[in-house]
Design a protein around this ligand. Structure first.
Ligand code: 13P
Length: 235
């Protein structure tokens, strides 16, 4: 069963997310072979209809129930919408929002304690990729420091920074060599992310050691995302 996830990033409104979720739910009611996740912006959280194979999660939250953390939301706010799924370690939070490995590990630990499903992202920047496979793996292992990779509700996502939002996808060989190396050490579902689209998703998801995809840009139009699910459902 492939796992296909949509990361809206800072796109979509509450109204457009509602339309998107309604279209997607309608499709998923009769197509239940894919495990689907959608990560909308926080303002779009709502009481959506629940389906066994469709989960709404958050792109980020603060590791606290509530308190004085201006600009953040905690689990009290997530509980209101029955959210129990979170993305942690995304490269945009690491590089743009300057989250450190230490703060990411703390966040992981907090949400693990509450039994959240965690999609944990790792990925190297271009200058590290250019140093070769050993250096790349060294960099990726460092991004797993302080993370319990045996956690039962963990899904990993390999998203090379140079492939995110650039239209440049890693080659099938590149994806396969990194995924195989990771899977040798960590036996968790492993998604690939980085310029995945309708044209390449099937080949990527069919690779050994690729369990699905975490998709940004190409997931933002519901009809396209549904086609992506349709094209990978037999894998
Ligand atoms: P793109 O699909 O836009 O490259 O984004 C990938 C990503 O960051 C998903 O989390």
């Amino acid at each position: 069963m492939p796992i296909i996830a949509a990361n809206f990033k800072t796109n979509h409104t509450r109204a457009s997310t509602a339309k998107y979720v309604s279209l997607l739910s309608k499709y998923l009611k009769t197509n239940s072979t894919t495990e689907v996740y959608v990560f909308p912006p926080l303002t779009a959280l709502d009481q959506y209809e629940t389906l066994a194979n469709f989960t709404l999660g958050v792109q980020n939250a603060y590791p606290a129930k509530n308190g004085s953390f201006t600009g953040e939301i905690g689990t009290e706010q997530l509980d209101e919408f029955n959210i129990k799924t979170i993305l942690i370690g995304h490269s945009e939070r690491r590089h743009i929002l300057k989250e450190t490995q230490e703060s990411i590990a703390q966040k992981f630990h907090y949400f693990k304690t509450l039994n959240y499903k965690i999609i944990y992202c790792i990925g190297e920047p271009l200058e590290v990729k250019n140093e070769g496979l050993d250096k790349t793996l060294e960099y990726l292992w460092a991004q797993l420091e302080g993370i319990d990779t045996n956690y039962e509700n963990l899904i990993l996502a390999y998203e090379p920074v140079w492939a995110i939002g650039t239209g440049v996808t890693a080659t099938l060989e590149e994806i396969q060599s990194i995924h195989t190396a990771i899977k040798k050490v960590i036996g968790k579902p492993l998604l690939y992310g980085g310029s995945v689209n309708l044209g390449n998703v099937e080949k990527i998801c069919a690779l050994p050691n690729v369990d699905g995809a975490l998709i940004g840009t190409a997931s933002w139009i519901a009809e396209d995302f549904i086609k992506i699910i349709e094209n990978t459902k037999e894998l």
